[in-house]
Design a protein around this ligand. Structure first.
Ligand code: GRG
Ligand code: 1GP
Ligand code: MG
Length: 245
């Protein structure tokens, strides 16, 4: 059963660009507030919800958030900072390797610890190479990241090719949540040109214009988190820009 992968890849095959809404269960929320945001984003046309955070998420919070988001009928995908984000109430998990980490835990041990849990929970694994471009965010600190030189898209391409050769289906080009900059447009462009990976891009996207140029450059899936928390109406405009680039 690869229902979520088929849902995502089917839409891409039909020429659609996708938007994922990131919800961090560590951020304070009320059930009513979360329901309202979820409904707003679903009506705007977001394609799925990601749940996860770098620090502080309890499995109970992850489960509660997943339960509320599932009421929209959209897929709920765990975007794990670590195994604490896993919950059986989600549909799938970005089964990630942080490819440019210097830390063995994020390269192999997190996956080894997670795999039996993913199996028990019945989560669909989405095999994903995760690349964090910039230093100075929670994820780059926690993940002991070796940043990618911004003027060198061939470096990111080499990672993407390696990921594709190892059988990953997704590559997530991450600026870092709350980043001041988005990933360089040349990065999704290069990956799209030379691989058949599904390209997810996120971090620092704050305007419909940025969203539009990122999908025009080759991103298949755009992720926004911070703007959904700060300005949901602007997030709705971003979804519309992704859907009509
Ligand atoms: C396979 C499993 C279960 C785990 C893999 C674990 C790996 C490789 C994690 C990569 C390192 C990491 C810390 C990723 C975090 C990704 C994430 C959920 C980011 C969401 O944003 P935050 O970093 O929480 O942003 P804020 O600072 O805005 O809260
Ligand atoms: O919070 P923002 O900056 O939108 O980032 C989203 C996501 O890519 C973080 O992992
Ligand atoms: Mg967080």
């Amino acid at each position: 059963m690869r229902r979520v992968h088929e849902y995502i890849s089917g839409k891409i095959a039909r020429g659609e660009k996708l938007h994922f809404t990131l919800v961090d269960p560590d951020k304070p929320f009320t059930r009513e507030g979360l329901e309202k945001t979820a409904r707003l984003m679903a009506e705007a046309g977001t394609d799925a919800f990601l749940i996860g955070g770098s620090i502080g998420v309890t499995p109970e919070e992850a489960g509660e958030v997943a339960g509320v988001l599932k009421e929209t009928g959209l897929p709920v995908i765990v975007f794990p900072g670590n195994i604490n984000c896993l919950t059986p109430r989600a549909d799938a998990v970005l089964f990630m390797v942080l490819m440019n980490s210097n830390e063995p835990y994020y390269l192999m041990m997190a996956q080894v610890v997670a795999a039996p849990l993913v199996k028990k929970y019945g989560l669909e694994p989405l095999p994903t190479g995760y690349i964090v471009v910039y230093p100075d965010t929670a994820v780059s600190h926690m993940g002991r990241v070796q940043p990618i030189p911004v003027g060198k898209p061939e470096v990111v391409l080499a990672y993407a090719l390696a990921g594709e050769m190892m059988g990953f289906k997704y590559i997530y080009l991450e600026a870092g949540s709350g980043s001041q900059q988005t990933v360089p447009l040349s990065f999704p462009a290069m990956v799209k040109k030379y691989t058949s990976l599904i390209t997810i891009v996120g971090g620092g996207i704050r305007s419909p214009e940025q969203a539009r140029e990122m999908v025009r450059s080759g991103a298949d899936v755009l992720v926004t988190g911070t703007i959904v928390e700060r300005d949901p109406e602007l997030a709705v405009k971003i979804v519309k820009a992704v859907k009509s680039p």
